[in-house]
Design a protein around this ligand. Structure first.
Ligand SMILES: C[S@@+](CC[C@H](N)C(=O)[O-])C[C@H]1O[C@@H](n2cnc3c(N)ncnc32)[C@H](O)[C@@H]1O
Length: 186
């Protein structure tokens, strides 16, 4: 069985082709942005609210000669509609806080939900949103409940929702919720 992060990448990779517009909703140190930039995708948008994350992401992309493929945006992912006007094929969220940084700057349930609603509107039929949920910290537990409730409530006519979780792991191990759009809702 694939580990959580390996499976997340697999889900993304099988959707992305040369016409795909894709989003890293939580750039952090830039590892997911780099993964998306290395994929076949036409263009990558990367969001983060922290200066350090923006700098680290730009540096990593620059070192790999891939910065020109990525628009790195210092703003919350809940404002995605201000920046992204095209249909999108894939989105990745790595929720929680950046390791080795200010643990106060963490993703929050309400803004994550707002971002998710907007991303789903932009998503092409056949596109996917992959969320890796870290819920060991207090805010993470609140966020987990909000994201799970919202995802469970999506109409199955329009969305398929997957949960990928090792249910015997201790210490609130991270898990995936992935949402695939199967039909446009008019
Ligand atoms: C777990 S880290 C992401 C790790 C990253 N994917 C990587 O590869 O290094 C979560 C990131 O979300 C960012 N963040 C928190 N709230 C955010 C928001 N509203 N919009 C965008 N990013 C946010 C944090 O600053 C932090 O860098």
């Amino acid at each position: 069985m694939d580990k959580v992060l390996v499976f997340a990448k697999k889900l993304l990779k099988e959707k992305i082709d040369k016409n795909s517009i894709v989003i890293d909703a939580t750039a952090g140190n830039g590892y997911d942005s780099l993964f998306l930039a290395k994929s076949a995708a036409k263009k990558v948008y990367a969001f983060d609210v922290q200066d350090m994350a923006i700098e680290n992401t730009k540096k990593l992309l620059e070192d790999n000669d891939l910065l020109e493929k990525v628009e790195v945006i210092k703003d919350g992912h809940q404002n995605v509609d201000l920046y992204v006007k095209e249909d999108i094929k894939a989105v990745v969220f790595n929720l929680g806080y950046l390791p080795n940084s200010d643990h106060e700057v963490t993703t929050l349930g309400q803004t994550t939900k707002e971002a998710l609603e907007k991303m789903l509107r932009l998503l092409e039929v056949g596109g996917i949103v992959v969320m890796v949920i870290y819920w060991g910290h207090d805010e993470g537990k609140i966020e987990k409940n909000i994201v799970e409730d919202y995802s469970r409530g999506l109409n199955q006519k329009y969305y398929q929702v997957l949960s990928y979780e090792f249910i015997n792991q201790i210490n609130n191990a991270p898990f995936i919720i992935a949402i695939e759009k199967i039909k446009e809702m008019y």
